[in-house]
Design a protein around this ligand. Sequence first.
Ligand SMILES: *[C@@H]1O[C@H](CO)[C@@H](O)[C@H](O)[C@H]1NC(C)=O
Ligand SMILES: *[C@@H]1O[C@H](CO)[C@@H](O)[C@H](O)[C@H]1NC(C)=O
Ligand SMILES: *[C@@H]1O[C@H](CO)[C@@H](O)[C@H](O)[C@H]1NC(C)=O
Ligand SMILES: *[C@@H]1O[C@H](CO)[C@@H](O)[C@H](O)[C@H]1NC(C)=O
Ligand SMILES: *[C@@H]1O[C@H](CO)[C@@H](O)[C@H](O)[C@H]1NC(C)=O
Ligand SMILES: *[C@@H]1O[C@H](CO)[C@@H](O)[C@H](O)[C@H]1NC(C)=O
Ligand SMILES: *[C@@H]1O[C@H](CO)[C@@H](O)[C@H](O)[C@H]1NC(C)=O
Ligand SMILES: *[C@@H]1O[C@H](CO)[C@@H](O)[C@H](O)[C@H]1NC(C)=O
Ligand SMILES: *[C@@H]1O[C@H](CO)[C@@H](O)[C@H](O)[C@H]1NC(C)=O
Ligand SMILES: [Zn+2]
Length: 314
Amino acid sequence: MIVFLVIFLAALLCPSVHSEESSEKWCYHEPSCNFSTWPQTYPQSCNGSRQSPINIVTASVQENPSLSSFNFTGFDDNSTFKSITNTGESVVVGLDDHKMSVQGGDLPGLYNTKQFHIHWGNGSSSPGSEHTVDGKRYSMELHIVNVHSKYNGSVDAALAAKDSTGVAVLGFFIEGTNEQNKPKSWDILTSFLTNISSPASSTLNVMNQTTMDSLLEGVNRTKYYRYQGSLTIPDCTEAVIWTVFKDPIKVSQDLINRFSTTTFFKGSPSVLMTNIFRGVQPLNDRVVTSQPSAAPTHTTSIITLLLLSSLCWL
Ligand SMILES: *[C@@H]1O[C@H](CO)[C@@H](O)[C@H](O)[C@H]1NC(C)=O
Ligand SMILES: *[C@@H]1O[C@H](CO)[C@@H](O)[C@H](O)[C@H]1NC(C)=O
Ligand SMILES: *[C@@H]1O[C@H](CO)[C@@H](O)[C@H](O)[C@H]1NC(C)=O
Ligand SMILES: *[C@@H]1O[C@H](CO)[C@@H](O)[C@H](O)[C@H]1NC(C)=O
Ligand SMILES: *[C@@H]1O[C@H](CO)[C@@H](O)[C@H](O)[C@H]1NC(C)=O
Ligand SMILES: *[C@@H]1O[C@H](CO)[C@@H](O)[C@H](O)[C@H]1NC(C)=O
Ligand SMILES: *[C@@H]1O[C@H](CO)[C@@H](O)[C@H](O)[C@H]1NC(C)=O
Ligand SMILES: *[C@@H]1O[C@H](CO)[C@@H](O)[C@H](O)[C@H]1NC(C)=O
Ligand SMILES: *[C@@H]1O[C@H](CO)[C@@H](O)[C@H](O)[C@H]1NC(C)=O
Ligand SMILES: [Zn+2]
């Protein structure tokens, strides 16, 4: 922890570290490096054919009965949030991957849960989710990043292996409500933002206050879309099994507004962090799948009724 603090202070104080950071070749907010330039800057990967995010066209989603429910381990444990960091491109909560994991949901094995981060627009009136559904963009999107257990907790190892199933990201839409400071878990999470308003700042006192389950309250996690895609930031490696849950998390607009009014961008420390999402990418030959809808059983019961009524005529 002391080492961490020293590195952190060095990052704040040393101009050399600063210039290294601002030499990063991508950004969200400047024409010279925003996401429309990423395919040129990172041609090996951001120019690929299986990129994320996408617009999900519900009429084209195919049914896949093997999209079973997930087992979430440690999502109810309040000692798993290790830190919250303003990376200058997002806000990231580091998770204890020895305690948290995900399996089931037709994933090929067990995945260790590393972190979650959030994409947003400019307050609740200017939405900033990455995925869209039939063109609808939600207020924000939360991404839980998990890495296949064979990589021993190293996302970098999974990306380096160019393993298309190396990483599993769980995406949750966030929709605004007119309530105040609800739910409690999001009030707690957003209360840390004032401590990390500067890029490259981090706070460690986030333990034992809330759980992953509390942040995901109200989402039925048996209903989701599935497709094969990429990281949504450079270098856009195509190593992600995407799960995008259908139900949004409902969060008061005042809490959503805290994100775009508190934190500042890397490289432009006086510019508020807004519109931190990548635009949707071509689906190409990919297919989005989901659980079979309840409709078939409905149809079955109608057929049964018709059969029964035809029996009456005999
Ligand atoms: C990105 O920059 C290009 C110019 O390079 C500009 O046309 C476009 O509007 C910008 N897009 C966003 C989302 O800022
Ligand atoms: C991206 O790929 C397409 C098709 O493979 C190609 O036409 C285009 O020139 C590439 N763009 C860049 C910037 O590499
Ligand atoms: C999920 O957990 C249940 C109960 O512990 C177990 O029976 C089942 O095999 C698990 N499923 C997967 C895919 O791990
Ligand atoms: C975000 O919204 C605020 C207040 O509505 C406005 O002043 C600001 O210009 C917006 N920023 C961007 C980047 O659109
Ligand atoms: C993960 O750990 C196991 C056992 O310690 C080792 O055999 C394996 O090579 C490691 N894999 C990676 C990708 O580091
Ligand atoms: C946030 O910053 C305030 C003032 O600097 C400090 O008193 C408080 O302990 C910090 N909270 C956390 C969780 O780091
Ligand atoms: C959090 O709770 C765990 C177990 O309940 C305890 O061991 C740990 O010291 C607590 N951490 C903090 C920072 O309070
Ligand atoms: C955190 O979890 C521990 C153990 O389950 C519990 O005793 C404690 O009250 C919880 N803390 C909060 C703030 O919910
Ligand atoms: C979640 O959705 C499934 C499928 O529609 C349904 O059977 C189940 O009862 C729902 N669970 C909850 C807690 O609402
Ligand atoms: Zn993300």
